[in-house]
Design a protein around this ligand. Structure first.
Ligand SMILES: [Mg+2]
Length: 176
């Protein structure tokens, strides 16, 4: 099992490398922070996270970066029970967990209205490419997760965020 402290420390060190960081990091739940679909589980089960999830959440909190959940789970009561059982409910500044027929645009509108963080200051991780495509259109740096969130994909997210940020600043400069 990965040591929480070493994952946290490595994530903090990674963040120190970038000149610009997101103000808010948004996570999907199923197959992004944990390795299962909530609707296939009972709320009496004992859930577990992907090995690096908790260390990454802790590092973000340490750095004063907000975090949120955007999940289309059809069983939000199981999802919220699992977040409680894992003792991570209080780590998230916004939790949008409900099924919609669209690809999370409502979730992000709510997250924006709750936190006031603009879309171009957000970084998003999800294992569903439809959500990634749709939320990218809002201007959020959106990263497709294939094997759950981990330090490797976290670094890629920070790097892509910083590239997008620089590109948008350069565009503004050229317009002047
Ligand atoms: Mg998912």
């Amino acid at each position: 099992m990965e040591d929480l402290e070493s994952v946290r420390a490595e994530a903090v060190q990674m963040m120190g490398v970038f000149q610009v960081l997101p103000k808010l990091v948004v996570f999907d739940l199923d197959y992004t922070i944990w390795p299962f679909y909530c609707e296939c589980r009972s709320k009496h089960d004992t859930p577990s996270l992907f090995p690096h999830s908790r260390g990454i959440f802790t590092a973000l909190k340490d750095q004063g970066i907000q975090t949120a959940i955007a999940s289309k789970s059809p069983t939000p009561h199981i999802a919220t029970t699992f977040l409680d059982k894992l003792n991570i409910t209080s780590m998230f500044d916004a939790k949008e967990i409900y099924y919609t027929s669209t690809h999370k645009t409502e979730h992000f509108q709510k997250i924006y209205s709750r936190t006031g963080v603009s879309y171009n200051s957000m970084l998003f991780f999800d294992d569903d490419n439809n959500n990634i495509q749709e939320i990218t259109k809002l201007g959020v740096t959106s990263i497709l997760v294939r094997n759950g969130v981990n330090l490797g994909i976290f670094r890629e997210g920070l790097s892509r965020f910083s590239q997008n940020w620089d590109a948008s600043k350069n565009k503004q400069k050229r317009r002047k």
